[in-house]
Design a protein around this ligand. Structure first.
Ligand SMILES: Cc1cc2nc3c(=O)[nH]c(=O)nc-3n(C[C@H](O)[C@H](O)[C@H](O)COP(=O)(O)OP(=O)(O)OC[C@H]3O[C@@H](n4cnc5c(N)ncnc54)[C@H](O)[C@@H]3O)c2cc1C
Ligand code: FES
Length: 275
């Protein structure tokens, strides 16, 4: 094993530097860890909560000063505990793992973000802005208070001459409806060279169908229960792909062959269950 690979796989204990409340249920947790600070957009960490569990989390912020962050949505025991961890408390991290998003030659990108799916798309928008790409972000959530990274997306899109379209299901802010409905209009009315997406799997499936219909390349980040995070245990399998190793970001050609996409996922015991 080469030195860089050894560092990636070695669990590292770090301390929480600060927590930033992002939405009503999502908090970003900042910490110092050199390897995490070099993660590509879309890569993830296996985050250890001492005495409890180890769970996959996208790297949601990176910085040249060696710090990084994850943005945690409270959905169960591990995420609730992580959310309420305090500044100075330890967490463990290993990684970054997996294949992230890649920039393409095309100039105009459409980002479609659903709920906590914005976590890997925030750093992607940072990268697109830095590289001077023109992009639109459709950012959706059930209610206004759950729109993740709205200001960050706005700032980045403005830098690149792009725009952000907020979408809420109750219509209290931005367009009323679903992010996929707004993405459909964007793809019909404005030409895009690439679509990037992450969010609930029904949304991802709809965006995939739209991208294929409009012959636009797409990259989507998928979620599955992960145990090892390094391709050994098989808990994250979708069709013949390991989400932790061949993903979590997959291209349209691969996604369209996945029969389990938006159909089944494995539960904690490894049994396929309907989505
Ligand atoms: C590559 C990757 C990146 C992720 N990035 C983030 C992130 O940036 N922010 C974030 O909040 N969450 C992220 N997740 C999801 C996160 O890992 C799960 O929400 C977490 O493991 C749930 O643990 P828990 O103990 O809180 O909930 P549990 O009690 O284990 O589960 C609560 C519910 O969530 C479902 N669930 C559990 N694990 C997963 C999973 N991995 N994917 C989908 N559903 C799951 C369960 O089936 C159950 O319905 C990511 C997952 C993957 C695979
Ligand atoms: S989490 Fe073990 S193979 Fe992917």
């Amino acid at each position: 094993m080469e030195k860089a690979e050894r560092i990636t796989h070695t669990p590292r204990i770090t301390r929480i530097e600060k927590g930033v409340v992002e939405t009503a249920t999502i908090k970003s947790i900042f910490f110092n860890d050199e390897p995490s600070s070099k993660a590509d957009p879309g890569q993830f960490l296996m985050v250890w909560i001492p005495g409890l569990d180890e769970i996959p989390m996208s790297v949601s912020y990176t910085s040249e000063d060696g710090s990084a962050a994850i943005s945690v949505k409270m959905v169960g025991t591990a995420t609730n505990t992580l959310y309420f961890r305090k500044t100075g408390q330890p967490i463990g991290v290993r990684g970054p793992y997996g294949r992230g998003f890649s920039l393409t030659n095309g100039k105009r990108a459409l980002i479609v973000s659903g709920g906590s799916g914005g976590a890997p798309l925030g750093p992607l928008s940072d990268l697109l802005a830095r590289s001077g790409r023109d992009f639109t972000v459709v950012v959706g959530a059930p209610v206004t208070g759950e729109l993740l990274f709205l200001d960050r997306f706005k700032l980045n899109a403005q830098m690149a001459g792009g725009k952000v379209i907020p979408v809420t299901e109750d219509g209290a802010y931005g367009v009323k409806g679903l992010a996929s409905e707004v993405a459909e209009t964007e793809l019909k009315e404005n030409g895009y060279d690439i679509v990037y997406t992450c969010g609930p799997e029904p949304m991802i499936k709809r965006i995939l169908d739209l991208a294929l219909e409009h012959s636009v390349p797409i990259q989507a980040s998928l979620e599955r229960i992960m145990k090892c995070g390094i391709g050994i245990c098989g808990s994250c399998i979708i069709d013949s792909y390991r989400v932790c190793k061949e993903g979590p970001v997959f291209d349209g050609e691969t996604l369209k062959e996945m029969k389990e996409l938006n159909m089944t996922r494995r539960d904690h015991s490894g049994r396929p269950t309907p989505i």
